[in-house]
Design a protein around this ligand. Structure first.
Ligand SMILES: [Zn+2]
Length: 467
């Protein structure tokens, strides 16, 4: 099932022209734009120290359908070869039009090139070296790779500072994409992860590291510094960064979105790390706060391993207070993706561009800034003029829906946005909130048509498809 309009409401198709660049002349194909934005570097032996120069893939030749160099003849890394073809080749040679379109849209945020490091980690990347008296992995030091389980690359990305000619860089390995059950070599899953990581390379928002770093350790995701997609993590700035990356992956692959809609619909588990943080971080600790609020753990924990139960508390997602749900990246990504499916991609990308600029080096609430940008753009949309419709409140209504209408006051509702949404915007929504909730309840279980009902409750009766 694809999450789109599915009721009998007539879908009026309108081409919209808000924000996004729609030049009069035909644009070059996404391929031609991506050619200058994605620089692929193949590292055949990441254990080597000092390192050899990586092989720079020839994008022109890939576009021409010829594949030159050792990257293309190495066996066991088909998953990386297919990813590059999907991004750069034409359809006859494995190109994926939709992936290319989203990669182009995402990189429009900075319009700078991205360094894509493709690491051959078929052998474990266990070689070490000493740097400043500390033992570090060679592949991590030289290539910025995140070395995960079994000394293999775990996909990761970072954004560079303004003075860099590069928007950012990412490190991808063949092993996890091929063997980890999360991907299992499936191209669509791998491509969705690429879009997720690519979004990180563009994201200039402030991560609040100064608050969550103690003794050179980051507690943004909790003491284990790992985030599960069904975890509520302490640092809302980190939630914002993951949310926008997840939303882009959802837009590219509705299968990804379906997976998390199913999770929400099943009222499945949300996990919260239990390990006690350093004293200075106690106020941020979600587990302490849930305990103080008397929120009991769910027996759903019994379905998980003893190890997970020891480290995490388990709750059913829709039973939690709205603020807690908003500490989860997938809940907020569902909100962004559903809003976007009802208003078209340009609205979100344009809002994201503005949010990205104003969040640079500023520790504001990313979520509040982005949502206000989304509201402003929806306000200018051509539907419902003079009809009493409130398209500008759709972002808030979807946030209310995906937090299961748990907020009981306007002030509590604003905790979804760290209490930083303009109060007038929240008040405007709260004035129609009862009607939204009445006309668009969360079905039992939730179904996609609920989302259409949310739009209709605000008088928005037209579907806008992506132009
Ligand atoms: Zn991420």
């Amino acid at each position: 099932m694809r999450p789109r309009w599915t009721t009998s409401v007539p879908a009026v198709l309108i081409t919209i022209a808000i924000g996004a660049v729609q030049p009069v002349q035909a644009t070059p194909a996404d391929q031609q734009i991506l050619k200058d934005r994605l620089s692929f570097r193949y590292v055949a032996n990441p254990n080597q120290n000092p390192p050899a120069d990586p092989e720079i893939l020839n994008n022109e030749s890939i576009i021409a359908g010829t594949f030159e160099g050792s990257f293309w003849t190495t066996s066991g890394i088909a998953v990386l070869q297919n990813l590059v073809k999907a991004l750069m080749a034409d359809r006859a040679h494995g190109g994926d039009d939709s992936l290319q379109e989203y990669a182009r849209l995402v990189t429009d945020l900075t319009r700078k090139p991205v360094l894509v490091l493709l690491l051959n980690d078929l052998q474990p990347l266990n070689a070490t070296m000493t740097v400043g008296g500390r033992t570090v992995k060679v592949a991590a030091h030289h290539w910025g790779a995140w070395i995960g389980a079994g000394n293999r690359v775990w996909p990761s990305a970072r954004h560079n500072s303004d003075d860099s000619p590069w928007a950012g860089q990412m490190s991808l390995g063949a092993y996890a994409f091929t063997n980890n059950s999360q991907w299992g070599g499936r191209a669509r899953k791998v491509n969705a992860t690429f879009i997720h990581e690519l979004t990180h390379t563009q994201d200039a928002s402030h991560r609040r590291g100064h608050i969550f770093s103690i003794d050179r350790r980051s507690y943004s995701y909790g003491p284990d510094n790992v985030h599960y997609t069904n975890e509520a993590v302490p640092n809302r700035a980190a939630v914002y960064s993951e949310t926008i990356a997840d939303a882009m992956a959802f837009l590219y692959s509705s299968e990804e979105e379906q997976e998390y809609f199913n999770w929400f619909a099943a009222n499945d588990a949300l996990v919260v790390e239990k390990t006690e943080p350093p004293a200075s971080l106690r106020d941020f600790w979600l587990y302490n706060r849930l305990q103080a609020a008397g929120v009991a753990e769910s027996p759903i924990r019994n379905a998980y391993s003893a190890d997970m139960q020891a480290r995490y508390a388990f709750y059913r997602i829709r039973d939690l207070p709205a603020e807690l749900m908003a500490h989860n990246e997938m809940i907020m990504a569902l909100v962004l993706a559903e809003f976007t499916r009802h208003v078209g991609d340009p609205v979100l990308f344009d809002a994201l561009g503005s949010a990205n600029a104003s969040l640079r080096n500023v520790s504001a609430s990313g979520m509040a800034v982005l949502f206000e940008e989304m509201c402003r753009r929806a306000e200018q949309m051509p539907f419902g003029a003079g009809s009493g419709a409130h398209p500008e409140l759709m972002p808030l209504a979807y946030a209310d829906y995906f937090t299961a209408y748990r907020a009981t006051s306007a002030d509590e509702f604003n905790t979804i946005f760290e209490r930083m949404m303009p109060p007038s915007r929240v008040a405007a929504y709260w004035a129609v909130r009862d009607q939204v909730r009445r006309d668009a309840p969360v079905s039992s279980p939730p179904v996609w048509t609920d989302l259409t009902n949310v739009a209709m409750a605000l008088g928005v009766r037209e579907s806008l498809v992506n132009p």
